[in-house]
Design a protein around this ligand. Structure first.
Ligand SMILES: Nc1ncnc2c1ncn2[C@@H]1O[C@H](COP(=O)(O)OP(=O)(O)OP(=O)(O)O)[C@@H](O)[C@H]1O
Length: 252
């Protein structure tokens, strides 16, 4: 458990959140260490995406506080309360993005710069350079002029991760970034996560890939909207915990 504000990029205290009358996170306490790669693991419906939404400030809370760094936390339903420059980059699952938006892949990545646009609301040469470098890092530069809706699932996912990188945020939240990707794309995303971490970015990813989860620095294990394990992945993702949380038959 990371319990000092100095060591934590985010600290959640007693957070409840959900959708309408459906409560998903229940009195959730947890911490995300700064400058590390944290995985959020748990069964379908356990609240991983909801947790990322709360940290990103797009899913309102109904109780508790979400504290970013050593600064002031936010109260219920208040979002993150951060300025746009400090806003986390939130890369949603590709299925959460509309097929019908008339956007090219490069336009999609360029949206990652919108928070930083100046008075004239136009991307500068530096903005376009960041966009193109982000696409290069995800191996999607050759898709720049293609419509987002006509890309394959894996291509689209990489474009969305490139959009997240283009934000140049200090915190990047990735919702199942490698689900359904081929081996080469999975490795490329894992490599990019390692690179941005070494560049001083805090990374949080929800994943069902337990092999990838075991390579992370820190792990949050969720069950029914509650934190049931937190710490080094090897200590959290034990056979006993997996059997318990996923209700697997006991091995003999
Ligand atoms: N927009 C929404 N409106 C209503 N309920 C929702 C919404 N999004 C998620 N839920 C519900 O919240 C609960 C948690 O969902 P969430 O997507 O956070 O889980 P998850 O752990 O990310 O799941 P998965 O592994 O399937 O992606 C589920 O019961 C889900 O049905």
């Amino acid at each position: 458990m990371v319990d000092t504000p100095e060591a934590s990029a985010i600290t959640l205290r007693g957070v409840s959140a959900g959708y309408g009358s459906r409560r998903v996170l229940h009195q959730f306490h947890g911490a995300i260490p700064a400058l590390a790669d944290t995985v959020v693991v748990g069964p379908n419906g356990s609240g991983k995406s909801t947790l990322l939404g709360v940290i990103a400030g797009v899913t309102p809370t109904t109780a508790g506080t979400v504290q970013h760094g050593a600064g002031m936390g936010t109260g219920c339903g208040m979002g993150t309360g951060m300025g746009s420059a400090a806003r986390p980059a939130f890369v949603v699952q590709r299925s959460a993005v509309s097929d019908v938006l008339p956007l090219t892949a490069r336009d999609t990545v360029a949206m990652g710069r919108w928070d930083r646009l100046g008075l004239w609301k136009r991307l500068s040469a530096r903005d376009w350079s960041v966009v193109d470098t982000s696409m290069e890092r995800l191996g999607v530069r050759d898709l720049a002029g293609r419509q987002l809706g006509e890309l394959s699932g894996g291509q689209r996912q990489r474009v969305l991760v490139a959009q997240g990188l283009a934000q140049e945020a200090g915190l990047i939240l990735l919702d199942e970034p490698t689900t359904g990707l081929d081996l080469a794309a999975q490795r490329r995303i894992a490599q990019v996560i390692g690179e941005v971490k070494s560049e001083g970015v805090t990374v949080v990813q929800a994943t069902h890939d337990l092999a990838a989860a075991r390579r992370a620095d820190h792990c949050l294990l969720l069950q029914d909207g509650r934190l049931v394990g937190e710490g080094a992945p090897a200590a959290v993702l034990t056979d006993a915990a997996l059997e318990e949380v996923w209700q697997l038959p006991r091995r003999v």
